[in-house]
Design a protein around this ligand. Sequence first.
Ligand code: HEC
Length: 188
Amino acid sequence: MKLSLLTASLLLSSSLYASQIHGTSAKSEGLQAIKLLGSTLKSQLKEKLQQDSNGTVAITFCTSEAQAITQKVNTELPSHIKVRRTSLQLRNAANQADNLDIKIMKNYKKSFEKRSAGAAMITVVEREAFTRVYKPLTVGAVCLKCHGTNVSPVIAEKIQAAYPKDAAIGMKEGDFRGVIVAEIKKHP
Ligand code: HEC
């Protein structure tokens, strides 16, 4: 009796300990993965935008390389972590949102509309099988060239050709663009 009580309390405390450790490290693992994908894409984008001012090099780059870069970042991460981008206004159907993404993004959109949110508004979702970490993306001045209200005809044409169902256009600075989301599996 005494022994089994002890065992039970040890089991309980060790599983509590594990979940606490998991909770904090999953969030920081997720944030690191988000940062890796976000900064890789952004630095490449900046480099391409510098190569020509009308943005044709950059749009060709985004269209042909964004997915490959996302895959490459994922192969560099531990196998229990995946990172991706999604949006309520999609350009590339490969970035499709699931129901949980949509729920989280609708909350972000509301907060952005009230101008009460920013890039620092991280959301962590705990589920039995995984932890998800969401980071919202704001439309900044640099994004307008390809997502804004006044996209040049050359760029608009390239976007239409590659994404006939594009919904990621007509945005203004400060709008909610979408999220980067990391998923950390709990039982890899
Ligand atoms: C040179 C053109 C260009 C610029 C500038 C640009 N994007 Fe994009 N964006 C694209 C293209 C093309 C895609 C679709 C390709 C992909 O990423 O899979 C895309 C896709 C995305 C996606 C993935 C979701 C979706 O709709 O498919 C997000 C999120 C995104 N862009 C955010 C931004 C943000 C934030 C900025 C500014 C920091 C920005 N973009 C600047 C061209 C651009």
